[in-house]
Design a protein around this ligand. Structure first.
Ligand code: AHM
Ligand code: MG
Length: 327
């Protein structure tokens, strides 16, 4: 079975789809950053980087040492890209401008270590990224609609490290080969089944949920004798990358909805570097991504650390949830 390397895949794509070589360099730098972050995670017990860093980020969340290490590696490696104008990171309060923006430059949005509460218990975590283009010389606006993303992806640091990537023409999965460190195309053309009997939500927040989410989960839990007429399975890893990856592999629906406890913040997950990239990946794989009320990719961001409700995955379940929000 032919498993081209990421470089070969990107080179082929650049011929077929006239991708800008500078975008390809940037994707290669992102992949290198993911490989390095994966190595740090694997060696954290030896490098003394488990546990808390002692500070907090703009979200008021305690930073893990590896959050800081991963952010530093992304910035160091990607700043090498000649047309990268700015970095928008979950871990950094302000936008980092690397150059005076010119039309055709790139903006990189990233969560360097998503699901970092899982780090100290050695469960799967990931990095999430998104790329948009600067439209006009001197334009410092980073608040772009998700539909304007030209590339999005994530790395999952699980039993195998994988990079899942979309450049607006489907979704492809690359596994990192132990030894060479090469990312190779092992999962081409990922496709989320439209129907599923599996959902993912933090059920400890049940008492905070709004009526549409309660109705949906209650109906799933009712099993074969309930209104859905079949049994549903539930999975929650507290690592969005791992939960979304499972959905890409076998279907499912993921919910981090607006609820009574997080409504004041706008939700839990961040729009620009968590929800938008995952929404593009899910849509490109045939699924849907919504706030419950609107398509995520249509939202106009108001601030670069903005939070949003997220419901994404198999089409039929997301459409059903949107229907419950309308009634
Ligand atoms: P993080 O970016 O600080 O790690 O937070 C995002 C994570 C997601 O990966 C995951 O879906 C969610 O937070 C888990 O939240 P909870 O702890 O409420 O289950
Ligand atoms: Mg995150």
């Amino acid at each position: 079975m032919s498993m081209p390397t990421l470089r070969r895949f990107l080179t082929q794509q650049s011929g077929e789809r006239q991708l800008n070589p500078n975008l390809i360099f940037l994707v290669e730098d992102i992949a290198a950053a993911c490989r390095v972050v994966g190595n740090h995670i694997r060696n954290a017990a030896f490098e003394g980087t488990l546990g808390l860093a002692g500070g907090s980020n703009i979200q008021g969340e305690e930073q893990k040492t590896l959050d800081v290490v991963a952010d530093r590696e992304f910035a160091r490696i990607c700043a090498n890209s000649p047309r990268l104008a700015a970095l928008v990171s979950e871990e950094v309060d302000e936008i980092t401008w690397l150059k005076e923006p010119e039309a055709g430059d790139y903006l990189l949005y990233y969560d360097p270590l998503d699901g970092s509460s899982n780090i100290d218990v050695n469960l799967s975590v990931g990095s999430i990224f998104s790329v948009c283009e600067v439209e006009n010389d001197g334009d410092r606006d980073v608040l772009k609609q998700g539909s304007r993303q030209i590339c999005a992806g994530y790395a999952i640091y699980g039993p195998a490290t994988m990079l899942v990537l979309t450049m607006g023409d489907g979704v492809n999965g690359f596994s990192c080969e132990h030894g060479t460190g090469d990312f190779r195309l092992t999962h081409p053309g990922l496709d989320i089944p439209a129907t599923t009997s599996e959902f993912a939500i933090n059920a400890s927040r049940y008492h905070h949920w709004d009526a549409p989410v309660r109705r949906y989960v209650d109906e799933c839990l009712a099993g074969g004798s309930g209104p859905r007429g079949r049994a549903f399975n539930m999975r929650w890893t507290a690592s969005m990358v791992a939960d979304v990856h499972r959905i890409l592999m076998r279907g499912g629906v993921f919910l981090y909805p607006s609820d009574a406890a997080n409504r004041g913040l706008g939700g839990k997950l961040r729009l620009l570097y968590e929800a938008n990239p995952m929404a593009l990946i899910v849509e490109q794989a045939g699924g849907l991504a919504s706030t419950g009320e609107r398509r995520l990719l249509d939202l106009m961001p108001e601030s670069h650390h903005q939070r949003v409700p997220v419901i994404l995955g198999s089409r039929d379940e997301v459409a059903r949830l949107e229907g419950y929000h309308r009634t």
